[in-house]
Structure formats: structure tokens, C-alpha cells
Write a protein that binds this ligand. Structure first.
Ligand SMILES: [Zn+2]
Length: 339
């Protein structure tokens, strides 16, 4: 560590829990953040400021005006340009800390690509908004013995739980099956930015322990916070369940399962469709769609307006169809216009 680094991180080095050796470990650390919305953009910003050496940020979506109330990294210009969140995050982080490597990846994490996208990470932070992706992360992390930190928020309430394979219960020990029925979501119940930072901060604190070399200090617990009622609780996590399909029986159904279901997006009247194998020629698609409606493109995506819908198509073949929450309608629009 040189003198300027010692100065930059001096307040963190002074903290005895980290110290100079912990800071040096942070600067060599590699972390992956899956989902760069409210929680993920806080994780990325905090870990970049803390000097974590390599940060991969994977997100499938683009910035919209309704994100700005709680998604800490993004600015009005990002929403005006409809930049992919991963791209906007990478640019902003380069301005926050130019001495670390932050890599934004515009992609939907699936069982096919998860190893390629986040395989090198020592730790995975959950910034997602859905259980399907969390179960996939859980399978991947447990199968490789990589720790990950679950976090979720809705309205004024949130929770977090660290998963350290071999020591703590995993997500499926606690939630064996996908929650059924209708769950409150950001779409139906809203979300306050104060709960986002509260939950994301607890996740980041556990991340700093793990990445600075003290994973033993991470307490196996479920923390719940309601910033409106003021109720904060911590309960010890259960012991790992020997009958848990993931960490007990080591059956990784979500890593091996159906990868590409159409997915409603939290907080949006929108559906993601991903039914192609391989990349898409956006220039060719633009030529085909221009006679049919307004088409706008930037270097990251193509946007097609066909009232009352709006389709954003990415080079990896995914599309986000706005204006419906019906997967059937979204699929048929994709088939009709993208093919
Ligand atoms: Zn388990």
C-alpha cells in the first residue's frame, strides 16, 4: 500500500476491525453484485469507496425516472438516456474511485451464464428483487462454497441474512420453496429509500468482514428492520438443515433447471422475455422495425414504441416489454417483432 492509499483509507485502517492488513485484503478482493437497483447500487457505491479491488455489477435493466428516489448511483441524465444500470453504475463508480476495477455487465443472470458472469467472485451480494434469482445464487454459491448475503426490502420493511456455506443455514434451509400466492412487492406496496440503505448497510458490513479476512465475525442471524415502526429485530439463524435440498442433499435444481422463464419485473408494469440463443443484430432489427413505429437506439439497446407498449431489446437477445404484466402478451409481442 502506498502513502496515498494509506491516506485515502486512513479512517478505515484506524478502525481496529480492519486495520492495514484488512485494508490490503479489501484491495485484493473480488466481489459480485447481482442486481444493481436500490440495494445493489448502494452496495456498489459503498464497496467502491471502501477500496474493494474488483467489483462486478450485473444487471439486466435500464434506468428510469421512478428509480431515482432510491437507487443511489443514478442521476437524471441516466434516466433521460435510459442507460443500462450496469453501464451507468460502472461510469459513476469510475468517478467515485478510479483506483479500483468496477465492471458493469448488462445481462440477466441465468443458470447458463452465472458461472461465466460471477464465477471469479469471493463473495456475492444480493441486489435482486425476485426469489427465482436468489435461489439460483444460493445454488451456485453453495455448490462452490462461496458466501453470499441475502437482502430484501419492500415498503418500510426489510431483512438480511448471510449465507456462509459449511457454517450457516442457506436460503433454502429457511425458505424451502418459492413463496406462493401474492407477495407484497415494490410494485404494490412502494418502498422507502431509508429501508434500502439500512438493509444494504448491514449487507455491506458483513461483506467487509468477509473480504477483509474475518468471515468468522459474521453472525449467523436474520436481521429484520422496519424504519417506519422503528422495530429492529435480530434472531439467530437456524442450524443448516441436513434435509435441505441445496446444502444438505446438494441437489442444485435451480442451477440445472429451466433457465429462461418470462419474468414480471418488480416495481414495473413490464415483463422480461429471453427466448433466443445467442446475440441479436440490433442494426438489422432497427431496419425491420422502422417502418412499423418509432425506433430509438443507443450503443447499448434498441427501443421500439408500439402503442401502448414499449420494447427495449438488448444485444444478448433479451427484451423488456413495458405496458403489460402479462407474460403471454409480452411473449407474443416478442415473437411478432423480434422473432
Ligand atoms: Zn440449506
Amino acid at each position: 500500500m502506498d502513502a496515498s492509499e494509506r491516506e485515502r483509507y486512513s479512517r478505515q485502517i484506524l478502525f481496529p476491525g480492519i486495520g492495514e492488513s484488512g485494508q490490503a485484503a479489501l484491495m485484493r478482493a473480488r466481489v459480485a453484485i447481482v442486481g444493481c437497483g436500490a440495494l445493489g447500487s448502494f452496495h456498489a457505491m459503498a464497496l467502491a469507496r471502501a477500496g474493494v479491488g474488483e467489483i462486478a455489477i450485473v444487471d439486466r435493466d435500464y434506468v428510469e425516472p421512478a428509480n431515482l428516489q432510491r437507487q443511489w448511483l443514478f442521476e437524471e441524465s441516466d434516466a433521460a438516456e435510459a442507460l443500462p444500470k450496469a453501464v451507468a453504475a460502472e461510469r459513476r463508480i469510475a468517478r467515485i474511485n478510479g483506483s479500483i476495477r468496477a465492471r458493469g455487465v448488462v445481462a440477466d443472470v441465468t443458470c447458463e451464464n452465472i458461472a461465466e458472469l460471477i464465477g471469479g467472485a469471493q463473495l456475492i451480494l444480493d441486489g435482486t428483487d425476485n426469489f427465482e434469482t436468489r435461489y439460483l445464487i444460493n445454488d451456485f454459491a453453495v455448490s462452490r462454497g462461496v458466501p453470499w448475503i441475502y437482502g430484501a426490502v419492500v415498503a418500510s420493511y426489510g431483512l438480511t441474512m448471510p449465507v456462509i456455506p459449511g457454517r450457516t443455514a442457506c436460503l433454502r434451509c429457511v425458505y424451502p420453496d418459492l413463496p406462493g400466492g401474492s407477495q407484497p412487492t415494490c410494485e404494490t406496496a412502494g418502498v422507502l429509500n431509508a429501508i434500502v440503505s439500512a438493509v444494504a448497510s448491514l449487507q455491506v458490513a458483513d461483506a467487509l468482514k468477509i473480504l477483509s479476512g474475518r468471515p468468522d465475525l459474521v453472525r449467523a442471524r436474520i436481521a429484520t428492520i422496519d424504519v417506519w415502526s422503528g422495530v429492529i429485530r435480530q434472531i439467530d439463524g437456524p442450524q443448516p438443515d441436513p434435509g435441505c435440498p441445496t446444502c444438505g442433499l446438494r441437489e442444485f435444481a435451480f442451477l440445472e433447471g429451466a433457465c429462461r422463464a418470462a419474468l414480471r419485473l418488480c416495481g414495473r408494469n413490464a415483463v422480461q422475455v429471453h427466448e433466443r440463443d445467442g446475440p441479436l443484430d440490433l442494426a438489422g432489427l432497427k431496419t425491420r422495425l422502422e417502418p412499423l413505429g418509432e425506433v430509438r437506439t443507443n450503443e447499448f439497446a434498441l427501443r421500439f414504441f408500439i402503442s401502448p407498449y414499449e420494447m427495449t431489446v438488448f444485444p444478448d437477445g433479451r427484451a423488456i416489454i413495458k405496458g403489460t404484466s402479462d407474460a403471454g402478451i409480452a411473449r407474443s409481442l416478442y415473437a411478432k417483432y423480434v422473432g
